[in-house]
Design a protein around this ligand. Structure first.
Ligand code: HEC
Length: 258
């Protein structure tokens, strides 16, 4: 009887612990990203579409201050052509200066310019978003536990709040956000952007593409790192074979019969 009681208490505490845990945050959806694993590579077309989603949807709130337009043309990234990068940069108005008169002025962007930020500073960004600051997205994938899976999950995780949960004005219910409350509205809806390559712009597709783009931004050297990894492994395999053969050779001079 006593044993049964202890068992019962263990079960009870486990289930309480689990409910507390799941109320806080549930595990993000696992996506089979092309860039995961030892030989992982970014999907070039997805990176280009992801930039389009960032630019047309997210960039009105989120900055990416560590990126320059020329990064969009560099190997291992979206690899837009030089002409395309120039055209993308020229589409932005960049504040420069001061000129000889001490005045700031605006001019069309150049590939060497950093991504233009939507707000002049953090306070302005928070003030425009009900007090919540849209985080800079340059390294967001690295800054969040769960990485790409988590970002993707938040983008597709909007739901009606369960009965009993009352949300303040400007607060939304999201299954994957810690505490389930987020001050970012659901920005994605089917057909929101028109992809240049003809891919159908479903919510799921846009979420995957923009997350791929953000993953590259957070780790632009991923592909070259993977290439180096493969080279190192090949080198070690060859080295082991050589060592093995020379060991055989050296020991072959020792005749066990003698
Ligand atoms: C209308 C402004 C707005 C737009 C557009 C917007 N966001 Fe946000 N985003 C916010 C705000 C505000 C927050 C902070 C929310 C909070 O802390 O509750 C946020 C937070 C986030 C977070 C972080 C969640 C966390 O764990 O802190 C991610 C990821 C994110 N946004 C991705 C995106 C992506 C991708 C896009 C484009 C598809 C986008 N956002 C478009 C305003 C916006």
């Amino acid at each position: 009887m006593k044993k049964f009681k202890i068992f019962f208490y263990i079960l009870l505490s486990l289930s309480i612990f689990n409910t507390i845990k799941s109320a806080e945050q549930i595990d993000p959806i696992k996506v089979d990203w092309s860039f995961k694993g030892l030989l992982g590579k970014f999907d070039r077309a997805s990176l280009q579409r992801g930039y389009q989603v960032y630019n047309e949807v997210c960039a009105s709130c989120h900055s990416m201050q560590y990126l320059s337009y020329r990064n969009l043309g560099e190997p291992g990234g979206p690899e837009f052509s030089e002409e395309e990068v120039k055209a993308i940069a020229a589409g932005f108005e960049v504040t420069d200066g001061p000129d000889a008169q001490g005045e700031m002025f605006t001019r069309p962007g150049r590939p060497s310019d950093k991504f233009v930020s939507p707000y002049p500073n953090v306070n302005a960004a928070a003030a425009a978003n009900g007090g919540a600051y849209p985080p800079d997205m340059s390294v967001l994938v690295k800054a969040r536990k769960g990485g790409a899976n988590y970002i993707y999950s938040v983008l597709v995780g909007y739901e009606d709040p369960p009965p009993g949960v009352i949300l303040d004005e400007g607060v939304y219910y999201n299954k994957y956000m810690i505490g389930n409350k987020i001050k970012m509205p659901n920005n994605l809806s089917d057909g929101l952007v028109e992809y240049a390559d003809g891919t159908e712009a479903t919510v799921d597709q846009m979420a995957k593409d923009v997350t791929t783009f953000l993953s590259w931004a957070a780790e632009p050297e991923l592909e070259s790192r993977h290439k180096t990894g493969v080279k190192v492994i090949l080198y070690l395999v060859l080295l082991s074979i050589l060592v093995f053969l020379s060991m055989k050779r050296i020991w072959s001079r020792v005749n066990p019969e003698e």
